[in-house]
Ligand binder design. Structure first.
Ligand code: CUA
Length: 352
C-alpha cells in the first residue's frame, strides 16, 4: 500500500494550463445575458427597482443589501471554485483518491456558522422594515383610501372626501396614504411596484398599506394574485400629483355631471332604461353597487381596468360584447344595437 499523501494532492508545480479558454465562456455568457436583459428597462412602468415612496425606499434598501451580499458571496465562491479546479486537478500518473477531509471539525463549523451569519445579516434589516412599515398607527394627517378588489377591476373609495372611482386612483404628493384593502369576492393582490410591495386583498379581512408617495407621476399597478379568467386584465393606475392638482381632481369628482344634450342625452335615456342601472352607480342617475362607479367615467384615461383608452369607438366595442373582449367579464352582453351602443358610449365618455 502506498504511504503518505497521494501525489495528486501535492501543490501543483507543473506548468498550469491556460485559463484563457475557461474564462472566455463565462464572460461571453454574462455579456449575452446583459444584452438580453437590457430590454427589460429598469425604469419601466412595472419596475420594482424604482422607488417612489418611503415604503419602497425601505424595501429597496433591503433589496440592495441582499443583492450586494449575494454578489460578494458569488464572487468568493466562483474564485474559490476556479482556484480549486486548477490547483487540485488530476495529474498524469496520479492514482488513488486524494486525502479525504470527512469529519474536519473546523470546516464543518465554518460552513454551518457562515450561512447562519449571512441569514442574520439579511434577517435583521428585513424584520426592522417589516415592523416599521406595518406599524399600527397611521399618521394623523393620513388620507384613507379603501381599495376593493373585484373580479376584475379595482374600486377606490375616499370616505373622508365622499369620492368613489375605479381603476385610477389619484393621490396627493407627500401626504401619508393608508390603503385599506377589502375583498368583496375572491382573493386579489394589490400591487403598485414603484410605490410598495404586494399585499393581498382577502375577503373577510382588512389589510392595509401605509406609504407616502414622494414623486409626482403616473404609476402602474396590477393584481398579483390569480383570481380567475381575467386576472391578467386587472390593472390599475396611480396618479400622484401636487396638492393643488389633487384638490382640483377631488372637486371635479364631487361635482355632478351636467345634464347631457344631443346624442349624449339619448345615451342617458338608454342607460336609464337598460340593465346598466342594476350594477353601476352614476350620481343622480343610478345606484348599483356591483360594477365600477360611472359618474366620471369619461374623465378616466383608460377603462376596463387599464385595458383600453377611453374613447367612443373603444367603448362601443366593449358595450357590444364585454365577455368577448375581457374573458369572464361579469358585465353581460346586453345585445345593444349599434346605434344604442354608440349613443351610450357618447354619453359615458362625456362624463368627465
Ligand atoms: Cu384580481 Cu388577480
Amino acid at each position: 500500500m502506498r504511504k503518505g499523501r497521494p501525489s495528486r494532492y501535492r501543490l501543483a508545480v507543473t506548468r498550469r494550463p491556460s485559463l484563457r479558454g475557461s474564462v472566455c465562456a463565462p464572460v461571453a455568457l454574462a455579456l449575452a445575458a446583459a444584452g438580453l436583459t437590457a430590454g427589460c428597462a429598469f425604469d419601466g412602468p412595472m419596475s420594482t427597482l424604482v422607488g417612489r415612496s418611503d415604503l419602497n425606499h425601505q424595501i429597496l434598501s433591503i433589496y440592495s443589501t441582499i443583492t450586494w451580499l449575494v454578489a460578494i458571496i458569488a464572487g468568493v465562491v466562483f474564485v474559490a471554485l476556479a482556484v480549486i479546479l486548477v490547483r487540485f486537478r488530476e495529474r498524469p500518473g496520479a492514482d488513488g483518491l486524494p486525502r479525504q477531509i470527512r469529519g474536519h471539525t473546523a470546516l464543518e463549523l465554518a460552513w454551518t456558522i457562515a450561512p447562519a451569519l449571512i441569514l442574520l445579516v439579511i434577517a435583521i434589516p428585513t424584520i426592522q422594515v417589516i415592523f416599521r412599515t406595518q406599524g399600527a398607527a397611521a399618521p394623523s394627517n393620513a388620507l384613507e383610501v379603501t381599495v376593493r378588489g373585484w373580479q376584475w377591476w379595482w374600486e377606490f373609495r375616499y370616505a373622508s372626501l365622499d369620492v368613489v372611482t375605479a381603476n385610477e386612483v389619484h393621490l396627493p404628493l407627500g401626504r401619508p396614504i393608508v390603503f385599506l384593502l377589502e375583498g368583496p369576492d375572491v382573493i386579489h393582490s394589490f400591487w403598485v411596484p414603484q410605490l410598495g410591495g404586494k399585499r393581498d386583498v382577502v375577503p373577510g379581512r382588512l389589510n392595509r398599506i401605509t406609504l407616502t408617495p414622494d414623486r409626482a407621476g403616473e404609476y402602474w399597478g396590477q393584481c398579483a394574485e390569480f383570481c380567475g379568467a381575467s386576472h391578467a386584465n386587472m390593472g390599475l393606475r396611480v396618479i400622484v400629483e401636487e396638492a393643488p392638482a389633487f384638490e382640483r381632481w377631488v372637486a371635479a369628482q364631487k361635482a355632478v355631471p351636467p345634464e347631457p344634450s344631443g346624442d349624449a342625452a339619448e345615451g342617458k335615456a338608454i342607460y336609464v332604461r337598460s340593465a346598466c342601472v342594476g350594477c353601476h352607480s352614476l350620481r343622480g342617475v343610478s345606484a348599483g353597487t356591483l360594477g365600477p362607479d360611472l359618474t366620471h367615467f369619461g374623465g378616466r384615461a383608460l377603462f376596463g381596468a387599464g385595458l383600453w383608452p377611453t374613447n367612443v369607438d373603444n367603448v362601443v366595442a366593449w358595450l357590444k360584447d364585454p365577455p368577448r373582449l375581457k374573458p369572464g367579464s361579469k358585465m353581460p352582453n346586453l345585445h345593444l344595437t349599434d346605434a344604442d351602443a354608440r349613443a351610450l358610449a357618447v354619453y359615458l365618455t362625456s362624463l368627465k
